[in-house]
Design a protein around this ligand. Structure first.
Ligand code: NAD
Length: 256
């Protein structure tokens, strides 16, 4: 079978370490022949992500803190300057204060609420606006969501509200960018033990529950998320936009 992303360049934001979903996605993209541009959040992650970038044979590894407009602008200018066309963008970024993932949702502070929305939702809008002019032949933007967007998941709280807004942002962006041949989708992944997930109080209870109840009777393998991201970025996904695709061993279908 020919490689699905041969000749395509993908910008992947959100690798912190080898457990990150973005790392599994980058690995799957590389396997399918994509040229990779990776970003990391700040100096603390630089060394790790550069090392992973070497392993993945990435063309570029650059800093990009999505809370800073100037870092997004600098990245766009560099890609533009290098004459780099983008065919795929993966936004795999979220953040909330740990205390907002441990106490009752009703106690969420205004500042904590706005922070979660800024980093986990607005950043998709900012990234799409930055990347769209570089996607001169159309392409695919994919973000990562979670079932907490539409069901109450204990302690997911402010992040559930952020994911609901993120899924709405996917639909509005898909409507704006569709005429330019740019598709925008979310993958709603089942729970996976990553650095971000560990911030949710009692996260391992969620993992155990899903493994017992999901139709496939197991948790999600990050490689499955990577393969679905390949599908969306490839020509196989050309008719799919404004969508939320569940890669969660079927758990979202269960009532009890
Ligand atoms: P992760 O901690 O490995 O990745 C989160 C990433 O967000 C990190 O790379 C971090 O540096 C980045 N980030 C946070 N603030 C940032 C900022 N200001 N600028 C730039 N980057 C910033 O965890 P993950 O689980 O791989 O999370 C990736 C995405 O997947 C998130 O959107 C998360 O909500 C989503 N998701 C995770 C799960 C899960 O169970 N792990 C399930 C569904 C969806």
């Amino acid at each position: 079978m020919p490689a699905l992303l041969e000749g395509k360049t993908a910008l992947i934001l959100g690798i912190a370490n080898k457990w990150s979903l973005a790392y599994a996605i980058a690995g799957a993209f590389r396997r399918e022949g994509a040229r990779l541009v990776l970003t990391y959040q700040g100096a603390r992650q630089k060394e790790t992500v550069e090392e992973l970038g070497r392993e993945l044979d990435a063309a570029l590894v650059r800093p990009c803190d999505v809370s800073l407009d100037e870092e997004l602008e600098r990245l766009a200018a560099e890609l533009q300057g290098a004459g780099m066309r983008l065919d795929a963008v993966v936004h795999s970024i979220a953040f909330a204060q740990r205390e907002d993932l441990t106490r009752p949702f009703a106690e969420t502070s205004r500042q904590g609420f706005l922070l979660a929305q800024d980093i986990s939702v607005y950043s998709l809008v900012a990234v799409a606006r930055m990347a769209a002019p570089l996607m001169t032949e159309g392409g695919s933007i994919t973000t990562l969501s979670y079932l907490g967007a539409n069901r109450v998941i204990p302690n997911y709280n402010v992040m559930g509200v952020a994911k609901a807004a993120l899924e709405a942002a996917v639909r509005y962006l898909a409507s704006d960018l569709g005429p330019r041949g740019i598709r925008v989708n979310a993958i709603s992944a089942g729970p996976v033990k990553t650095a971000s997930a560990r911030a949710v109080k009692d996260f391992s209870t969620i993992l155990d529950f899903v493994a017992q109840r999901a139709p496939l009777r197991r948790n999600t393998d990050p490689a499955e998320v990577g393969d679905t991201a390949v599908f969306l970025a490839s020509d196989l996904g050309r008719g799919v936009t404004a969508n939320v695709i569940y890669v969660d061993a079927g758990f979202q279908a269960m009532g009890l």
